[in-house]
Design a protein around this ligand. Sequence first.
Ligand code: SAH
Ligand code: SF4
Ligand code: F3S
Length: 456
Amino acid sequence: MSQKRLYIKSYGCQMNVYDSGRMADILKPLGYQLIESPEGADMVILNTCHIREKAEEKVYSDLGRIRLHKGENMILAVAGCMGQAEGAEIMRRAPYVDIVLGPQTYHRLPEMIARAERSQDKTKGPGRGVLEIEFPVESKFDYLPQDHSDVGVSAFIAIQEGCDKFCTFCVVPYTRGAEYSRPVSSIYEEASRLVERGVKEITLLGQNVNAYHGQSSQGKEWGLGRLLEHLASLKGLERLRYMTSHPRDMDEELMMAHRDIPQVMPYLHLPIQSGSDRILEAMNRKHTRQHYLKIIEKLRTYKPDIALSSDFIVGFPGESEKDFEETMDLIQQIQYAQAYSFKYSPRHGTPGALMENQIPEEIKAERLARLQELLNAQQQAFNEASVGQIFPVLLDRKGKQDGQLLGKTPYLQSVYVEANPRLFGHSIDIRIEKAFANSLTGSIVTVDEVLKEPLE
Ligand code: SAH
Ligand code: SF4
Ligand code: F3S
């Protein structure tokens, strides 16, 4: 079998990072090896995002650049949410693209490649015109290879996909399709294979991960709390995380998992988007500010040190200065460890795009700047409060400099530390020395045990 070079670029959320890994797994048996840049590639896949306009512009500009390297034999594919939403438009605007597919059809990639290779039809333009964006009846999870080909210390597993909530700003229900939860046994198998190969941290992914309701082997439906408990029984698995959650699906069992299961990390990403009930209603979030505050209060009684994160949208149609102030006030009340914030981007086909009272760009920009100033200050304060404390840090990456390793605290803060390379992949107690806006530095407290192990 001839060796072929494959380049994949992911845009957007962690689910796309996971999907890109799985596409590489599917193509490996066909002889495709991953490379780091599109030059000289036999196949290029752009795994795209449709969430905001900016993400989309980036893809078209990358496509233009890749076209310059595209010889006769390179197959160029656009996958992901933009492929799903804009398939025909991509083929029109960038006719040299050979394959367009959505997030639910990538298990069929080998077949699409074969079709593209056979295609002599150049009448549609220089590309080969393979378009696969219907939602299939089968689940791709039943067709993916059992093993991840590339594993590190920390891994993702998609457990739930799609969304039935239809927030009025959001394209995800249209691009990922209806909500689907994988059966427990299939997730457990994927996790145990990863753990056998040395994975110590697993992050469970879903567009609404806490809406998870998968079938257990006894035929019962399990929620996320129960699934976490089951996965925590895997020997060698030290850390469990999950994202992204929705406030409406934060049930008692899941909150208690933070209290009762030591492997479940003290961190929760729980987007609220806005602190104003009027705006939450217009967004069709179907919960109030009070509901969200109650959840946080309860969680903090179960797990007082839990670190919190959220997403915010500023400048949703009709957002007044008073609405925006309510968001600022909510942030003050909660005190986040970290957060993401965006200017509202009207998306074609969503109700928000048709609403009156769209907010002018300058106001969105000004509100975003104020919001980010507050969130950055909270993040800095959270990081500074870590100085002098000792945390277990899972050293899962090499730092930029020699002799440096990088890892995460339980609260998902990045820590740089001077360390023996043998410590890579271990969870080590680190005393935090300095705090920066986005990271910490520290020094090792004790590593005797690890240094005594024989070198592999
Ligand atoms: N399922 C998750 C979020 C998925 S999208 C949830 O329900 O929270 C990730 C984030 O992108 C959203 O939380 C939102 O803050 C942001 N986002 C989504 N659509 C957007 C839009 N049209 N304009 C700006 N930000 C948007
Ligand atoms: Fe989008 Fe709302 Fe669904 Fe999240 S819950 S994916 S924001 S529609
Ligand atoms: Fe983007 Fe699709 Fe993820 S729109 S954020 S890649 S679910």
